[in-house]
Design a protein around this ligand. Sequence first.
Ligand code: SF4
Length: 365
Amino acid sequence: MKYLDEYRDRRIARALAAEIAQRTTKPWVLMEICGGQTHTIMRYGIDEMLPASLEIVHGPGCPVCVTPLETIDKAIDLALRPEVILVSYGDMLRVPGSRSDLMRAKAQGADVRIAYSPTEAVKIARANPARKVVFLAIGFETTAPANAMAAWQARRAELTNFSLLVSHVLVPPAIRALMVSEKNRVQAFIAPGHVCTVMGCSEYESLVRDFHVPIVVGGFEPVDLLEAVLMLVKQLEAGEAKLENQYARSVSYQGNLPAQQIMQDVFEVADQKWRGIGVIPQSGLRLREEYAAFDANRVFNLGELTVDEPAECISAQVLQGLKKPTDCPVFGMTCTPENPLGAPMVSTEGACAAYYHYRRHAVAG
Ligand code: SF4
């Protein structure tokens, strides 16, 4: 299979679904990690093609969803300062902080600008030497190399008006945290193909070994996901636990070594808070000491904040695969994409938004 159309081919998808049904003899719980995969599953009804005994739950792989409330509050605080230009990816603007969001801050007069890459923020800093430019650098291993490159460029150019508000998270420690949780129900994982394009597969070996859990690196098209599910079902039914790579057209075992190098040069691994979930040891990235001058937390002396999630929002349980968005009592009622209470209803990768767009009529009906 070489071309995208083949990965959306109904005939191939139905054949895969039939083989999955034929091979599934016991109940199994599978988790896809990435929010992009969640949206494909919902959009194409992949979960509805599977046998009832095969449950798919959705993981914490939506970068917008797991960015801590405190980081959003800090970004809003910075944006409201007259000397600051706050630059962000577009889907962060409507993510609710504890009292407001960046869109409302922009409406109040804050200089909030949308960028498609962090190097655009570096350009804005160069063009506005009298202002302080802060880039809201969030995401998984996928966005970390570009954010690292922005810090590297700013340091090389000796910019004194550019910094990053960093909130980076890493997938393998999150899987480990899920597996050690007493509440865990997940028996096999579809690992995120985009992350593994950067990081390769090797980091997942120890998870397979330590927890005897099957992991298949999966892509993002319907046939990709059905193939990944089939590979996991074969392992589960055989009592095996192996690391396999369904997304071999993009992912190599070692990953993108230059991208990993720039990440290592600029960032170091640190404990990280995940929105709704709490602190997961060694699950994030922070700027190295050599890059302290580009760390917005230090430049603006932001300190530590602790704020509570809205009581109604069960996103922590959704992100850990313990509940589905439709289990949330305010799903589609007081929480909608137009008026989100939690981040998973905002993000293009959020599970609640996926259910809202593709399943709410079924729920209502
Ligand atoms: S539907 Fe809204 S309130 Fe409920 S878990 Fe999702 S984001 Fe949170």
